[in-house]
Design a protein around this ligand. Structure first.
Ligand code: PLP
Length: 848
């Protein structure tokens, strides 16, 4: 038909009785409160799905008569009032008592920066794990009533939408969303204008406008360059998440880092703790320094102050995963910053130097913050080792990188059916999220009841698998007969077949292909007519990640292969909605990362809290979560194995466990229609995951170990016109100059054989090159030898200064050795100043 098609949207008038549906559409509480979402869902399920579960869009498009009918429907109105009352009481609740002792909501504010935030599928400004973690962090901050704001970017096109074509090729498309479709409103200046700020770019100034999203008790501020005053090119800076080239990424990071700090300042907010989630946001450190210098500090003192109040979390265990920019690009964009900081550009550039080439955002973040962490125990260790160059003389195990194990937001990921069951059976469970013992009460739930909930969730997932696959394959022109063959095995509800799930970003280190190392064997296992099993796959690969897309194609090809048809399913369009359905609908959650590259792997936590059983390589969170009776762990082969050999060994463990443990246990039915042994396993999974891996636990760890210390440290350095910050900066300058000339030697050494009542007498001469005895610490480390030849330190003792002669200080100690047998000791010296956040933050240390 010729001619133009003009859109026309007929909007209903929301009846006064339902006015608050619009109010809650603008509060991201809907992203975790399923009872709010269920109101929209009940009004018009089809439209709700068609709008991508977006409440604002839904309310603009819902038919007037649906709303009018709802007003007349007593049961709907009753639920509406109940849901709104619950929402009001959530909004009223105050700071969690434990946190109220630490933070003063009038004084304190935590500002959290991240390049992506995953709250809900209707708000597509996330790509995967990092963003969803950031969303969960915000949700838990709201639950706990922390004084907290978040800062990110508002993308028009967000991350891509995935379809998979008939050949198994991933197809990428982008839908533009307009701010009026998103749960945001303009951030306003004191005079009521839409807040817009300037950022200096090469040869021009760009404008950035700021939006506010409310998420319960907290606010999220989002920056956006799609402003008419900008050039077409600059308007596109915040168009796509992880799109564009290196230059666009750098531009985005400047908007986030520099613009984010300016936005908070223009809004009159003065954070007392800053948290940088992944290196992308690290430019904020420089902007904050520039601001401090404006207030009269020199660069080094400003940096001490900024660093002391900042927490940095790293998520990427591979060096290639870090953001690195070329010299020329950095020079082009950071000139204005280097003049604002009064720093020679090369000095500024050096803040981002690492062993490789280029300006590394992780290095910048590590050098200019004092509180750093990885996201699981293993990952903390990997990060310490990988980043040891930042503290060159400090053994990596002792450098200041620690860890907080990720957790997931329970209400977001726990299925509605479990929530209802808990409401029925467990009182006050929402206030017991951190209480291990409390969750033993899951044992009080009768197995049949427990299993009926799980089984219903599994049926919902299988229904969805059927729908998604039918649509996917119809579009691709797959024949009806093939589609039928594919989905028929899912129809038999009574069989209650074993369903395993694998859903994640298709990055090669996640080794999605490991299951297919021995396809004949896998096919034989899955096709056992007595004990059938299926595996559901989903996930995106970054558009530039070709090996990742190869994996998608490989799984697609298996899914239509005669040996696997009806056994292997590949679903397109992985997003938070599909993730929720999968983690709550499968029996087993599979994860096969290459150790130690899975920083955390939060999807396994989402599965565990819904009672799915994890079968995973012992890496990331699962190394901490696996108790021996709550799932299965594949022990990673050590690094002495050849790469292929390792993969082969672990792949055969995986199939052995599936064949000899998972399937027999699952089908151990004893005539009751389900396996009691399996229910015990599922309960063990749920009760071990909920209290230990939920986002509130994570947040309280951050508060205790990072936010509170950073707040205190910054406060200490800031007092009296930043007296301590200035003193610390000039002390460090002095130490840096003197340190290359510092040395020490052992003057008196105890004999190598002592009786147990003798003292270990040590005397050391330290040549301090102009530093004083109080500027350093000398320590004796005592312990046994470990099998790898390292010292297993049992005791650390400080030597004291005993006299000084011409710049040489005599240090000594007479140590009572409460020890027996063969021992070893070592002596070391490092610069010491009480005002530091960490004793080794300078990275300087010498040994005898
Ligand atoms: C939880 C989640 C992730 C991250 O999961 P990993 O286990 O880290 O791979 C990615 N995408 C979605 C949609 C999720 O919900």
């Amino acid at each position: 038909m010729p001619g133009t098609r003009f859109p026309l949207e007929i909007q209903p008038r929301i009846p006064a009785q339902l006015q608050r549906l619009s109010e809650v559409a603008n509060d991201l509480v809907y992203s975790w409160d399923r009872s709010i979402r269920s109101l929209y869902h009940r009004l018009d399920k089809e439209l709700w799905d068609a709008c991508g579960h977006n409440p604002k869009m839904f309310l603009r498009r819902v038919a007037q008569e649906r709303l009018d009918d709802a007003v007349a429907d007593r049961s709907f109105m009753e639920d509406y009032r109940r849901v709104m009352a619950a929402y009001d009481s959530y909004r009223e609740h105050r700071v969690h008592p434990e946190l109220a002792e630490v933070f003063d909501p009038e004084e304190d504010l935590i500002a959290y920066f991240c390049l992506e935030f995953g709250f809900h599928e209707s708000f597509p400004i996330y790509s995967g794990g990092l963003g969803i973690l950031a969303g969960d962090h915000c949700k838990a901050a709201s639950d706990l009533g922390l004084p907290f704001v978040a800062v990110g970017l508002l993308y028009q096109a967000g991350y891509f939408t995935q379809t998979i074509d008939g050949h198994g090729h991933q197809q990428v498309s982008y839908t533009r969303s307009h701010p009026h479709d998103l749960p945001v409103v303009p951030a306003l200046t004191a005079s009521g204008q839409h807040l817009t700020l300037d950022i200096e770019f090469p040869g021009r100034t760009i404008k950035t406008q700021v939006w506010t999203a409310q998420a319960g008790h907290i606010k999220l501020y989002l920056l956006d360059t799609n402003v008419p005053a900008n050039s077409e090119e600059d308007r596109r800076i915040t168009n796509q998440l992880y799109g564009g080239d290196r230059e666009m990424r750098l531009q985005q990071e400047l908007v986030l880092g520099v613009g984010g700090v300016r936005a908070l300042r223009d809004l009159g907010l003065r954070p007392t703790v800053w948290h940088i989630n992944e290196g992308h946001a690290a430019f904020q450190l420089l902007e904050r320094c520039a601001y401090r210098m404006h207030e009269g500090l020199d660069f080094a003192s400003a940096m001490e102050l900024v660093a002391a109040g900042t927490v940095f979390t790293t998520h990427t265990p591979v060096p290639a995963g870090h953001d690195i920019f070329e010299h020329q690009l950095v020079a082009k964009y950071l000139q204005p910053m280097s003049s604002a900081l009064g720093l020679d550009f090369e000095k500024l550039y050096a803040l981002g130097l690492n062993s490789g080439d280029g300006f590394n955002m992780t290095s910048l973040a590590l050098r200019c913050t004092r509180f750093h962490n990885g996201v699981s125990r293993i990952h903390g260790g990997v990060a310490s080792e990988m980043e040891q160059g930042i503290w060159p003389q400090v053994p990596h195990a002792e450098n200041p990188i620690r860890y907080v194990t990720n957790g997931v937001h329970l209400q977001t990921f726990l299925a509605r059916e479990w929530t209802s069951l808990f409401d029925l059976r467990l009182d006050d469970w929402r206030n017991e999220l951190l209480n291990d013992e409390y969750w033993e009460r899951l044992e009080e739930i009768p197995d049949y009841h427990y299993w009926s909930v799980h089984k219903a969730l599994k049926q919902q997932l299988l229904q969805r698998v059927r729908e998604v696959l039918s649509a996917q394959h119809e579009r691709n022109g797959t024949s009806d007969a093939v589609v039928k063959r594919m989905i028929r095995p899912l129809d038999d509800e009574d069989a209650d077949i074993l369903v395993m799930g694998f859903a994640r970003r298709f990055a090669t280190y996640k080794r999605a292909g490991m299951l297919f190392e021995n396809p004949q064997r896998l096919s034989r296992i899955l096709n056992d007519p007595e004990r059938p099993a299926v595996i559901v796959f989903a996930g995106k690969a970054h558009p530039n990640d070709h090996p990742g897309q190869q994996l998608i194609k490989m799984i697609h090809d298996y899914s239509v292969h005669p040996d696997f048809i009806g056994k292997i399913f590949l679903l397109e369009g992985y997003d938070m909605a599909l993730a929720r359905a999968m983690v709550s609908g499968v029996d087993v959650w599979l994860n096969t990362p290459e150790y130690p590259l899975e920083a955390s792997g939060t999807s396994g936590q989402k599965a565990g809290l819904n009672g799915a059983v994890n079968l995973s390589v012992l890496d990331g969170w699962w190394d901490e979560g696996y108790t021996g009776d709550n799932g299965w762990g594949i022990t990673p082969r050590d690094e002495h194995f050849e790469h292929d050999q390792r993969q082969h060994e672990e792949a055969s463990d995986l199939l052995n466990i599936i064949e000899h443990e998972v399937i027999p246990k699952y089908y151990q039915r004893d005539g009751s229609g389900y396996s009691h042994q399996w229910v015990a396993l599922s309960k063990a999974s749920m009760k071990s995951t909920i209290p230990r891996f939920n986002a509130q636990r994570m947040l309280r760890d951050y508060v205790r170990d990072f936010y509170a210390p950073a707040r205190n440290q910054r406060r200490k350095l800031e007092a009296d016109d930043a007296a301590l910050a200035r003193q610390l900066a000039s002390w460090k300058q002095r130490v840096r100059e003197a340190w290359p000339g510092v040395s020490m030697e052992l003057l008196v050494q105890p004999s190598a054989h002592l009786f147990h009542d003798e003292k270990i007498m040590l005397r050391v001469n330290a040549h301090l090159n102009g530093l004083g005895a109080g500027d350093v610490k000398l320590e004796c480390l005592l312990g046994r030898e470990r099998p790898d030849g390292e010292l297993d330190v049992q005791q650390t003792a400080a030597l004291s200064a005993m006299g000084e002669d011409n710049g040489t200080v005599l240090f000594g100690i007479d140590l009572d050795a409460d020890l027996a047998g063969l021992q070893y000791y070592k002596l070391r010296m490092y610069p010491f100043n009480d005002a530091q956040s960490h004793p080794f933050e300078m990275g300087a240390m010498i040994w005898i």
